[in-house]
Design a protein around this ligand. Sequence first.
Ligand code: FE
Ligand code: FE
Ligand code: ZN
Length: 277
Amino acid sequence: MLTIGCHLSSAKGYEAMAKEAGKLRANTFQFFTRNPRGGKAKEIKESDVKAYAKKAEELEIKKILAHAPYTLNACSAQESVREFAFLTMKDDLERMEYTPGNCYNFHPGSHVNQGAEAGITMISEMLNQILVPEQSTTVLLETMAGKGSEVGRNFEEIREILDRVTLTEKMGVCLDTCHVYDAGYDLVQDLDGVLTTFDNIIGLNRLKAVHLNDSMFGLGSHKDRHAKIGEGKIGLEAIVRIINHPALKHLPFYLETPNDLDGYAREISLLKEHYKE
Ligand code: FE
Ligand code: FE
Ligand code: ZN
């Protein structure tokens, strides 16, 4: 069965997200742990978590994916920004234990003139200060489009971070199809080749989730502008190959396309139609 969902608002809590996912005929979803522009997180209610667990079972919602705020930058040149990244991720991972066994995705960061190497060092040091053996959450590095000074613009940079994290078994990767295409990996003409490269550099065993997006701009554009499924440069045919690829088809797919809820429902049903069991 295809595991597919989309990004949902977490403003009304976990049970509300499960219900919304159910309406969209999704069996997973992604959500922000707090305001994507930063700030304090809403308190998690025990009663909401319990109601969520029941709903999730009823609707057969499997793994869900939390997304860190965009403002989280572990490799900023400013100490206060790095401190915010540290405190936010630490707090988020403690909160994730209310819903154990899921994944937490974050953008590695932007090094802003300090160089990728310095960025990689700061990111991996932060992870080494935060990750604990008891946690049940897997932390995912998102593959980035390489806009500005983003770290994670290629598979090598992701690999470098993973190599330097001590509790490496707590780490994984989330592949964003728009980002990877924008970064210059040709998912359209050579999906097998891209996945072989991923396997050789990072290892496909590290891949835990896919952000399924079309891209408004072309291969290697480094723009990071998501498009609706089939309306971008990747196109429906290539996206159908992605969800059906033997190396990917078991993974959870999350839509982050520019859609309202009806638009998401349409994309979810379109992708289910094209999925080969
Ligand atoms: Fe993201
Ligand atoms: Fe993404
Ligand atoms: Zn993006």
